[in-house]
Write a protein that binds this ligand. Structure first.
Ligand SMILES: [Zn+2]
Ligand SMILES: [Zn+2]
Length: 251
């Protein structure tokens, strides 16, 4: 069958910029949404608005400042924020980004992060990503936290600091409960250049936050190295009673 010019252009564009499909439902987008989300998905994605826990960023129902888990826990970072809740609807976005859509996904997802950041209460002068165990990064081909952080810095002008190093190759976090996650990730990171961190206001960028134990462990070594403060921004935050993790969320 003969290709129409429109189809040819679409293929060239797809080669250059990745697919035009909606990053959530996979339907062809009208192209005028820089998040690459169709209107139907924009209407139903559980974006965090004013209804989140001030500490961990999880969406909560009712007029409370903190979620029930944060009432008796403290983090090494000031607070975490997320663009949307990790639900059955949004899980495929993260899944496809991680496993088969780097080029199509990283730009629209970073724009979501940037627009959230610019209207949020997050304050930062530099960005840090979560390093993956070397072996796992080789398998996947890239580290999604790094890719998001790198693009985020291009869009915001913040400085990307490559200061964290992975010191342990942990068991996959996805298979563990909250307490086990926290134990498993302990001592997994170190700061390789303390001078770069000193007195900085840091923002950890990542794709998903579950219990917060990974971000917490990163924040711990960053604060110890002299950072002024650490905050966290992720695309998605799991919710209480939400779906089981469909994805391997290890870093
Ligand atoms: Zn859609
Ligand atoms: Zn909370």
């Amino acid at each position: 069958m003969k290709e129409t010019t429109k189809e040819k252009i679409r293929k060239v564009e797809e080669f250059l910029f990745g697919s035009r499909a909606c990053i959530c439902c996979g339907k062809e987008c009208d192209g005028d949404n820089e998040y690459k989300l169709c209107k139907d998905c924009m209407d139903v994605i559980p974006f965090t608005k004013d209804n989140y826990c001030l500490r961990c960023g999880e969406i909560i129902k009712g007029d409370y400042d903190y979620c029930i888990k944060c009432k008796d826990r403290d983090f090494e970072f000031d607070y975490a924020r997320s663009v949307f809740a990790y639900t059955e609807l949004t899980a495929p976005i993260i899944f496809r980004f991680k496993y088969n859509g780097l080029r199509s996904y990283v730009y629209p997802l970073t724009k979501l992060l940037r627009d959230y950041f610019s209207t949020s209460d997050l304050i930062a002068d530099s960005v840090v990503f979560v390093p993956m165990p070397e072996k796992r990064q080789k398998e996947r081909g890239y580290n999604q936290s790094f890719e998001l952080a790198k693009e985020f810095c291009k869009l915001t002008g913040l400085e990307l600091l490559e200061v964290l190093e992975r010191t342990k190759d942990n068991v996959k976090q996805a298979t563990l409960n909250a307490k086990e996650r926290s134990e498993n990730i302990k001592g997994s990171f170190k700061v390789i250049d303390k001078n770069k961190v000193k007195d900085r206001e840091l923002l950890i960028i990542d794709d998903v936050m579950t219990t917060g134990s990974t971000a917490n462990e990163c924040a711990k070594v960053l604060m110890k190295a002299g950072a002024r403060n650490v905050q966290v921004l992720t695309l998605a935050k799991t919710v209480a009673g939400g779906i089981d993790m469909l994805i391997d969320d290890i870093k």
